[in-house]
Design a protein around this ligand. Structure first.
Ligand code: SF4
Length: 420
């Protein structure tokens, strides 16, 4: 077994070391002296080449080498080295990533982020409630449900002029995506409303802004109508894990949600799909939530991460107060970083509840892989960080607003700019 290595004048251990050397360090191996002549030089190179490549099957029986080759690469390492998005994640794999020591997780998520996304750009979005309150659904956290006694009252849908005015203001403040939300269960039976919203979409699209709407459940036909109007994305969150979902909503199922997301994607519109953290769920629910998203045939183009702002009068607010359950900031970071490693092409949006975070906490969310924010006066019914405040913060960090349609025109950033 050692005949070849002996012939090379190298013992097994030396050979093992050579196999692990980098190209540069191989040069450090002393060749025969220059006076030894060309034949000897050439013979040394051949011998060295033969020794380094390919592995000698006999030599593999050596215990050290076997251990070396059989040592399994961790899921985390594999995820980190990926050059394209995967859709076959298992919960075990996501769990391993999620529970990686935090320093390592954030550090690697940031490097990984830089391979797929432009690290100096952040998309600024603006969200306008075009039809507030009076919703028939029972989402336990929502101030707009007609079932709960909150400060939010049912209002009429805004006019096209009001919407365009808001879109103009958003554009002037650097927003490149304009989102319109209506508090409805679904679009069934809302033909004229859909027509009006399609008109709004079309007009905002003409302003050069990406458009997004969130209108509850839609069928394929309705999604196609919005696509024709020029809609960029449709927001429909899965909210939380499949397991935790029934504790939050009973008037529509998890699968109803997934069906709407399928209709949206089938119609050619991008899916903006994420969830809310802090609904009394566990870390295992975060993993399961990410599992649903990351195993979708098509990952959400946009993945909003909301931090619950408990609203007085909602059952969720009362439940959380009673149970004392509190979402740890570390869990938000872990969710974002795991999402970044599992869904490299998605834009991760730090959405509602960002105003409750200190600037340093927001900074960490960006380090973990977020690359979009909502800015402006309001986030539907909760507060939002203001335009100027955000512009100053991003400028301080050396980040610039992402141009509209950047992600739609380009494939992964990796293939154009970055080194692996
Ligand atoms: S989250 Fe949406 S669907 Fe649920 S109650 Fe609020 S407005 Fe209605």
């Amino acid at each position: 077994m050692f005949s070849r290595t002996k012939a090379n004048g190298l013992n097994g251990l030396t050979l093992l070391k050579i196999r692990n050397l980098t190209t540069t360090s191989r040069c450090l191996l002393a060749p025969p002296s220059p006076t030894a002549g060309a034949a000897s030089q050439q013979s040394f190179q051949i011998k060295l080449k033969t020794s380094v490549l390919p592995p000698d099957p006999n030599f593999l029986s050596s215990t050290i080498m076997k251990d070396n080759l059989e040592k399994k690469e961790s899921t985390f390492e594999k995820a980190y080295k990926a050059t394209e998005a995967r859709h076959d994640w298992t919960k075990e794999e996501l769990r391993e990533i999620y529970h990686t020591p935090l320093m390592e997780l954030i550090h690697r998520a940031q490097i990984f982020h830089r391979r797929f996304q432009n690290p100096s750009e952040v998309q600024i979005c603006n969200l306008l409630s075009i039809k507030t309150g009076g919703c028939s659904e029972d989402c336990k956290y929502c101030a707009q449900s007609s079932r709960y006694d909150t400060d939010v009252n049912a209002e009429k849908m805004l006019s096209i002029e009001q919407v365009l005015e808001a879109a103009k203001e958003a554009k002037a403040n650097g927003a490149t995506r304009f989102c319109m939300g209506a508090a409805w269960r679904e679009m069934k039976g809302r033909k004229s409303a859909l027509k009006r919203i399609a008109q709004m979409v079309s007009e905002v699209d003409k302003m050069g802004l990406e458009t997004c709407v969130t209108l509850g459940m839609v069928n394929l036909e309705q999604a196609k109508q919005l696509k024709e109007a020029g809609l960029t994305a449709y927001n429909h969150n899965i909210d939380t894990s499949r397991e935790h979902y029934p504790k939050v909503i009973s008037t529509r199922t998890y699968d109803d949600r997934l069906e709407t997301i399928r209709h949206v994607q089938e119609s050619g519109i991008s899916a903006c799909t994420g969830g809310i953290l802090g609904l009394g769920e566990t870390e295992e629910d975060h993993i399961s939530f990410l599992y649903t998203l990351s195993t979708m045939e098509k990952h959400p183009e946009s993945l909003p991460i909301n931090r619950l702002v408990p609203i007085k009068g909602t059952p969720m607010s009362a439940d959380l107060e009673k149970s004392g359950k509190k979402l740890q900031f570390e869990s938000i970071l872990r969710t974002i970083a795991t999402a970044r490693l599992a869904m490299p092409d998605s834009i991760i949006r730090l959405a509602a509840g960002r105003y409750t975070m200190k600037e340093t906490e927001q900074f960490l969310c960006f380090m973990a892989g977020c690359n979009a924010i909502f800015s402006g006066k309001k986030m539907l019914t909760t507060m939002c960080n203001g335009w100027e405040e955000d512009q100053q913060m991003l400028a301080k960090w050396g980040l610039k607003p992402m141009k509209a349609f950047t992600k739609h025109q380009s494939k992964s950033f990796l293939h154009q700019h970055a080194e692996i």
